[in-house]
Design a protein around this ligand. Structure first.
Ligand SMILES: N=c1c2ncn([C@@H]3O[C@H](COP(=O)(O)OP(=O)(O)OP(=O)(O)O)[C@@H](O)[C@H]3O)c2ncn1[C@@H]1O[C@H](COP(=O)(O)O)[C@@H](O)[C@H]1O
Length: 93
């Protein structure tokens, strides 16, 4: 799990550094933090709707969209996945 999330973050950072054409991540980054933060909210709502009325497959798909957009926002915040894992570890009972 964290392996996939770590790789996703590294790809996002690569897009930040190289800004290749046709990259959706670069498109998001160009639109700025406020836009990306709003996208996280939008994807969260889509995840809720999927959970309540659209079935398991849509829930998985929307959850993945949510995590991807959250990861892009984390890159803007300069927060690495390890810091998030650490916070989750700290809460473990
Ligand atoms: N995991 C994802 C991922 N999940 C979702 N999305 C995109 O997120 C968008 C979400 O769809 P929406 O309908 O909400 O948004 P939209 O209508 O396309 O865009 P808006 O106009 O609403 O902003 C879609 O365009 C998806 O393609 C993703 N785009 C990229 N990745 C990962 O990011 C990496 C880099 O991608 P690029 O930056 O495109 O090279 C890829 O290798 C993937 O691993």
């Amino acid at each position: 799990m964290s392996d996939v999330l770590d790789r996703l973050y590294e790809i996002i950072i690569d897009r930040v550094n190289k800004k290749p054409q046709g990259s959706y991540t670069v498109e998001l980054l160009d639109k700025g933090k406020e836009y990306i933060a709003r996208k996280v909210g939008e994807e969260a709502v889509e995840t809720i709707v999927a959970s309540l009325s659209e079935g398991r497959e849509r829930f998985i798909s929307e959850s993945a969209d949510l995590i991807y957009h959250l990861w892009v926002l984390m890159s803007v915040e300069g927060v690495r996945p390890e810091e998030l894992y650490e916070e989750l570890r700290r809460r473990m009972k």
